[in-house]
Design a protein. Sequence first.
Length: 243
Amino acid sequence: VLEGFDFASRDIGSFSDPYLFVRCGNREFSERDNYQLDEPNPKFYKLFEFTGEFPGAPTIEIEAYDFDDLFGDDLIGKTSIDLDDRFFNGDWQAIEEKPIEYRQIYHDSTSLSQGVITCWLEIEPSNKQSKQQKVWDISPEPVKDYQIRLSVMDTKNVPCEDFEGVSDVFIRCYVDDDDKKDTDTHFRCSSGAASFNYRIMFDVKSPRQNPLLLVLQAWDFDLFKSNDYICEWTLDLEEVFKN
Ligand SMILES: [Ca+2]
Ligand SMILES: [Ca+2]
Ligand SMILES: [Ca+2]
């Protein structure tokens, strides 16, 4: 089981605190100790293994619960996978790498989806040599520290904001709202071409919860009133990090 998305809230005034309960026949796994506080999009990355016989293998039940320390835990939603359906389906068996499934979870109280769980399922003969079996490592990608090194060189066509037909241009750069950095100011720039050759560094972690977006804003500096925002440009760094 990989991740959950858009889990319905079972708490008043906060998101659910989800954990998984996975059952097949009389074998069950509770992840209650690993509940995730106020998290509508939990990350699980957990392998669950069961043994069974075909035909007649029990259904796999995947349930997502909201942890509550005082009152009983609340079911957020559940989904079940019929194993016989899979095992006796030639098309499914023929798929070499089983696809990731986006499974809606449901609660008896409503026909509306209560969220989505992503997972995939494989069925292997239990007498297969263990070294023949594919061993998947689905633990989450470790968080690493990175440094973004940015050189702000110059601008073109930045509009003039001051009445004399000039702008005092500086560039504000940030990845996170609480770590904004400014270049020095190119005073009285009348051509729209301000030049800086200014180096800026940011420390970031990846992977991370918020998208990795680098924002560059052009501002007009004003000594006796507040600075004027001119325009901005956003660069999506996710692809850079993936590569
Ligand atoms: Ca609750
Ligand atoms: Ca909560
Ligand atoms: Ca709760």
